[in-house]
Design a protein around this ligand. Sequence first.
Ligand code: NDP
Length: 316
Amino acid sequence: MSAVLIDGRQYAADLSARLADEVEELACTGERPGLATVVVGNSYPAHAYERRVRRLAERVGCHYVCEALPGAAAEADALAVVGKLGADPRISGILILRPLPAQVSEASLYRALDPIKDIESVHPISAGLLALGRPRYVPSTPASVFHLLDRYLTESGRDPAQTYRQSNLVVVGRSANVGKPALMLAMDRGATVVSCDEHSHAAGLLFEHTTQADILIVAAGVAGLIRGKHVKQGVIAVDVGINAIKDGDTGKVRLVGDIDTEDVAGRAEAITPVPGGVGPITDVWLLRNTVAAARLAQGIGAAFPSTEGLQLPVIC
Ligand code: NDP
């Protein structure tokens, strides 16, 4: 392996250094930040993510609630939970975990969120603000991707602004939570942006584009989708994917990304590992957005403006 492995855990530790103090300062004014997660069903990645977020929330002193519904829950039950959390003054931010079962519409749940508590910017109003370059909260996963890229580019002696403007940046995956907001943040930075999805793959176009990428962001949820032959020599590759793979012999589950790390590392300049790349930063960013939401609820602005920590803030 010759590529630089970007250490997301270290970046996350640096970002979270002030978090517990911010939470305590708010708690002293009577507004302890509160995070709620909503999980429907038994998805392994959703529950693994919930446990990570719970641990971090408790460590930094946030009030934390997880509303877990069975996989057979009706949409009305899930909507009732989102409504209840919206009305609960102890809750500053709400995260609806995916995947949701087929009978529960993601769009309906997102519409039911109070936009002030919508720390992932998935409500139509929040998504519109993000598309206009004026997000109230930068959603945690794409924010983490660009925080990581901004910091890596700076540390490797480059000006991120200039680098983005001179780069072909390809995003694989276009979900409302990850791929689309990542595309918007990339456009705001002046990169030449290409979006690929499952249709691009089916049409035989995916690897035509990934091999042109100077910066490649992969968020497809397909283990090992991108191999060495699918990237350009010297690419900076960010692996967002988290896929649970069960060992046939031991039954143990391990997490892998969408990029075949070993294979791509032979050609890449830098690559993010899974686990230990984007994920740890995402967790911290979610809590930062929760703190920002608590400040907004108090009418005193954001402790962490949602763009702080991103080198090229989108226009607020
Ligand atoms: P979704 O399933 O909502 O979206 C997947 C996207 O990838 C879709 O746009 C889909 O295309 C596209 N896609 C699927 N298969 C292919 C393929 N073979 N080739 C090209 N594109 C493909 O997933 P999410 O966006 O929510 O998550 C993506 C991954 O990131 C998952 O592994 C998830 O676990 C992980 N994740 C990681 C986080 C972190 O902090 N590291 C946080 C959030 C998610 P189409 O639109 O055509 O269906």
